[in-house]
Design a binder for this molecule. Structure first.
Ligand code: ATP
Ligand code: MG
Length: 363
């Protein structure tokens, strides 16, 4: 094949210097491997993205940069290419997953090429870390989804509310006139069920409304302490102990106190429901100030959260409970995000752990 030249030969640049400059300064990772799947080129951007120093990466099998499943498939693509001279992954921009030195898997965009030099094939990949783009996409989708649910929910609330109020009114007037004890009990039961439905409707419209926060400076320890004292009797009734671990100095944070308490109540209620089956649980609320954030870590000693539940925890109306609405955590999520914070869940060795992170400046 005739060699084409891509730079002006009369200019002062030397081709190897030019190439090195490009590889050195590229913001995308450029990685080349030989026919044995060994890394033979690893540029500074690759060091930054993958966390390996070039000395560590060179000569190693490419599988150090890939999750196990992808690594074996990748090697078979190479072998196939060496046999047939063709591969479906060469010359295209594809999406994939790669692995950093710290074990974290992350989304990438990758384009691969194959070049023959002195009878040997060299495979080069240009890899872009698209973690941030994916995260933005996910957030956008999430907020679109929430907005759509919000609109649907407010329509439903609107259509159910008036008939429900009318039914409640009729039942109430029947109850006032009724003298038979048996019938009165039934009417009271209907009224109680109506109250539950009204509560559900108000939860839904609360969730559908845009949040308006009343932000004031407050001591986070006091806010948590007050929320705990309100919930303590309910917890103690189920034999559950609750403890606050907080720094000695006040932790001054700008927040909507009532809303934050609402979040804590949701967490306490969930923990209570998770632990009441076994009884004798322990709930710990820990306040941990950091450089730019303060964390409130809430740990229970319940059964923990199953993997499939963990994925949908903050999805509106997702519940595993017979009498749950599935709005507690999604409302909490919305409140914390409105504060510019984050809320995360995971399991620790004795149960479920929720971490609320709020913006904070130590001072
Ligand atoms: N501390 C916890 N331990 C185990 N599972 C939990 C815990 N907190 C939440 N969950 C799981 O997450 C689900 C969603 O919680 P969320 O508070 O949003 O809704 P809910 O409690 O089911 O209903 P609602 O709060 O609206 O009455 C629960 O149904 C439960 O399966
Ligand atoms: Mg709940």
């Amino acid at each position: 094949m005739e060699k084409r030249v891509y730079w002006l030969k009369s200019s002062v640049v030397r081709s190897d210097e030019l190439l090195e400059g490009i590889i050195e300064s590229a913001t995308d990772a450029i990685i080349a491997i030989d026919e044995e799947h060994k890394i033979i080129l690893f540029n500074p951007a690759a060091e930054k993205i993958f966390g390996y120093q070039v000395e560590e990466a060179l000569g190693k099998d490419l599988s150090i940069l890939l999750p196990e499943k992808v690594a074996s498939k990748h090697f078979s693509f190479i072998k196939e290419f060496l046999k047939t001279g063709d591969s479906p992954v060469i010359g295209k921009v594809l999406e994939g997953v790669a692995r950093r030195k710290n074990g974290e898997d992350f989304p990438i965009e990758i384009s691969r090429s194959a070049t023959k030099i002195d009878d040997h094939w060299i495979f080069t990949a240009i890899v872009r870390d698209v973690t941030q783009e994916k995260e933005m996409e996910r957030r956008l989708l999430e907020s679109e989804k929430l907005a759509a649910v919000g609109i649907a929910a407010s329509r439903i609330v609107h259509d159910i509310k008036n008939p429900l109020i009318a039914i409640g009114g009729f039942v109430f007037s029947l109850l006032k006139k009724e003298s038979s004890e048996e019938k009165r009990q039934k009417l009271e039961l209907i009224l109680r069920e109506i109250k539950c439905l009204e509560k559900l409707l108000s939860d839904i419209s609360e969730f559908a409304k845009p949040l308006k926060l009343e932000i004031k400076e407050a001591d986070l320890t006091t806010v948590c302490q007050e929320a705990i004292e309100i919930y303590r009797p309910r917890l103690e009734e189920e034999g559950i102990e609750i403890e606050l671990i907080a720094p000695e100095k006040p932790v001054k944070v700008f927040l909507d106190e009532a809303r934050l308490k609402e979040v804590l109540f949701n967490m306490f209620q969930n923990a209570l429901e998770a632990m009441s089956a076994t009884g004798n649980g322990k709930l710990t609320v820990e306040i941990v100030p950091r450089e730019q954030t303060v964390q409130i870590i809430i740990r229970d000693t319940g059964p923990g959260i199953p993997e499939h539940v963990l994925k949908q925890l903050f999805t509106p109306f997702f519940t595993t409970k017979k009498k749950g609405t599935g709005l507690g955590l999604s409302i909490s999520h919305k409140i914390i995000e409105a504060h510019g914070g984050k809320i995360k869940a995971r399991n620790y060795e004795h149960g479920a752990e929720f971490t609320i992170e709020l913006p904070y400046r130590p001072g």
